[in-house]
Design a protein around this ligand. Structure first.
Ligand code: HEM
Ligand code: HEM
Length: 221
């Protein structure tokens, strides 16, 4: 707990908004994908892609607790952390802990993999194939469609693990990680260093241009 018991700023608005919008977009991708509503599936897929691109950008240009260099750690640190994972009275980390950092990379990497496979996938009746499928043969595109589904299942497992970890921190360590992901505040030593919002706006313009070009299969002129 911070000295005065005051809650400090832990996550900035863009990081929180991106997290919950990613949750919604993956939910819509899941629903529309399994119900074969491929028109809306593509839109939700582009939304997921946009968010992942923005989160990666924010990992370099964002507020201190969102920056990769402040939470991604080597295997030795992760192993040391794992050895003390069962300890109860540890203070809440002032950002992602070494294990949380791994799950950030795993989840973002898996979403990006599933999206790329979707972009290259050929739909069985060819009506709503991914926009980059024109660069592969029909057979390859069908293969990407199968991979897309297979890796989506891996993503589901990773999400399950993510939720189990959040539950473990709540039940065993008495750390409520969800509340700070909503309010942005927690009992940590010091406030994060916030990045200016214009930087987010700049990234948003660039990410939107990239997603738009991809959605056109790069036929933009
Ligand atoms: C722009 C991004 C995406 C595109 C272009 C895309 C494209 C496609 C296409 C063309 C199919 C139909 C495949 C077939 O007919 O066999 C499909 C199915 C599916 N997609 Fe995506 N997808 C994208 C993103 C995502 C994401 C992010 C998820 C989940 C996280 C996802 C989950 C699924 C699922 C569950 C199916 C159903 C597979 C099945 O039941 O066989 N997709 N997608
Ligand atoms: C589609 C499902 C989900 C995906 C893909 C996902 C992905 C992520 C990612 C990428 C982060 C890192 C946040 C960042 O630094 O930007 C994160 C953190 C977090 N997520 Fe999720 N998430 C999902 C669902 C959920 C749900 C349903 C909950 C709530 C029950 C949740 C609770 C959290 C919390 C509390 C953190 C912060 C962990 C920490 O304090 O280190 N997530 N999630």
């Amino acid at each position: 707990m911070s000295a005065e018991g005051r809650k400090a700023r832990l996550w900035d608005l863009p990081t929180r908004a991106m997290h919950w919008l990613l949750v919604i977009s993956i939910g819509v991708c899941w629903w529309t994908g399994t119900n074969n509503d491929l028109e809306y599936h593509q839109y939700s897929g582009y939304a997921a892609l946009w968010i992942v691109l923005m989160r990666v950008y924010w990992g370099f240009a964002g507020s201190s607790t969102a920056q990769f260099k402040n939470f991604v750690r080597g295997p030795a640190t992760v192993i040391t952390y794992l050895r003390t994972l069962h300890w109860r009275n540890t203070p809440q980390a002032p950002g992602h802990n070494p294990l949380g950092a791994l799950s950030v990379l795993l989840l973002l990497g898996l979403v990006l993999t599933v999206v790329i496979q979707g972009l290259l996938a050929v739909d069985v009746d060819g009506l709503y194939s991914g926009p980059l499928s024109l660069y592969v043969t029909f057979k390859q595109g069908r293969h990407f469609a199968r991979l897309h589904y297979q890796w989506f299942e891996y993503l589901l497992w990773a999400i399950g693990l993510h939720l189990a970890a959040v539950a473990f921190y709540y039940l065993h360590k008495r750390h409520n990680l969800v509340k700070p992901m909503i309010t942005g505040r927690a009992h940590v030593e010091e406030d994060m260093k916030a990045a200016p919002l214009w930087r987010f706006a700049l990234g948003a313009v660039i990410a939107s241009a990239i997603v738009w070009a991809i959605s056109k299969g790069f036929y933009i002129f």
